[in-house]
Design a binder for this molecule. Sequence first.
Ligand code: NAD
Length: 542
Amino acid sequence: MVVEVKVSTPYIPAAEPLYHWRQRWPHHLTPDGVAALARMIPQAGGERELIAVRTPFTGEQIGTVPACNAADVNEALARARRAQKTWAQTPLAERRAILLRYHDLLLRRKDELIDVIQMESGKARRHALEEVFDVVVNCRHYAYHGDRYLRTRPRRGALPIITWTWEHRHPVGVVGMIAPWNYPFTIPISDALPALMAGNAVILKPAEETPFMALLGAKLLREVGLPDDVFQVVTGHGREIGPPLIAGVNFVGFTGSTATGWIVAKQAAEHMIRCSLELGGKNPMIVLDDANINSAVEGAIRGCFSNAGQLCVSFERVYVQSGIYDRFVSALVKRTRSLHLDAGLDYQVEMGSLVSADQLAKVKEHVEDALARGATLLAGGRARPDIGPYFYEPTLLADVTPDMLTVREETFGPVAAIYRFDRVDEAIQAANDSPYGLNAGIWTRNERFGRMLARRIQAGTVNVNEAYAAAWASADAPMGGMKESGLGRRHGAEGILKYTESQTVSAQRIIPLAPFPGLNVHAYAWATTLALRVLRRLPFLR
Ligand code: NAD
């Protein structure tokens, strides 16, 4: 074992000090910009409590939004119902054109978007960039493939030639979205695009910490021609406006913690509406003996510390095979200690801030609990108030045990535990030993073997030689969680059809399916039995 245990971490300071980004304060977040965004929030009249939004980089207030109430949600619902009727009649080609204009606009104006994402969430610029790219990928996918998913399809009728059957897809009506703070642009906007393409209106409730990116996303949708009120944002506290929103919509798409997911699922059931739930994870990474060490180390860095570990698909458990363990862990510890941790608006910074004091407190609690119970600290393990109020070092632990908080629960921070294993079966068993099943990664030079192992892991996405982006950015394929990580999928056919009601229309020609008046029922039974036997034997009619 060659791992050197050292707590002090000589992080390289970022090239751009804090005062630089103060000079580049995004114009959307100036007092006028914030007021313009806040005017888009539907309000039923009267005074509202204001929620302060702060930048995690310094803790400074960047603006306020109203804490909407049930009356505001009802106002948004009424507007959405009116707007959706016209929107559902808009030809698919026109909806597609709006998505494509959005695609181009986002790429043109990505820098100003990234500035707002960073200010609001405190993430490093490279991770904010991923958010814009993700929305762009979804724009392209659903613009070009949406009509294929949605078009009316002929289906096999009950009786060949005699029964003609078609499947139609109708928008569900109004879709409610409830979003978390960790990917304030990607999650609500990428998930809304297929709902819009399918002809629905959307009402988004962003997280309290990050409303401005949702509002900016809505503003830009209007700029590219989306009619007013087809996409609205209501700001406020989830426990207050979540229930009236769920009560009034036809579908709810929730992304957030598993604990809140249970509440949302129960409320959706009470109103007999469908929901999709994108929830938490405790994702495993498996490094096999034959892995390319550099690639595996970079994969672990991205997988464990992207967005300071506040990423649903990030790795919090790293299983390393004995033959490569010492070399891998030593290289990973070295690389972790060299990470650029800072608050700058430049791409050099490799890890940004945690989002809030609550998040910092949780991460500290998990690490302190692990160390108190005998874990070994390999890297990090300290808050960094010298950089910003919620910064925490990327942290690696070894010798963790099941009684530790960080083993039992999702930490949702820059903390990963490293485990050693001998046999592949042990790693698969350990990876599956979790109530969650969101994402996993496998590193091996034998890609075929890796893909085979992937199928044994209980996770909605598994990446071979990649942390999360390969599966996530494959927008043609479903993405979501097994077990307590969720219900339903985003992306691909499932990601758009969930926002539709299917309708089967059948026309019966010549002979009715049931015995008609005057026909001997025995004769009917004999003829139908014969027909069923024939159908079973004719491959082209099955
Ligand atoms: P959270 O559950 O606390 O909040 C998510 C949203 O739900 C917020 O907008 C919040 O205001 C709202 N909310 C809270 N109580 C509500 C209620 N009673 N009814 C309706 N809405 C309510 O989650 P968070 O802390 O914002 O996000 C972190 C969690 O999200 C992590 O567990 C993470 O793994 C998960 N997440 C999952 C995915 C995924 O795709 N699976 C993606 C991102 C984040």
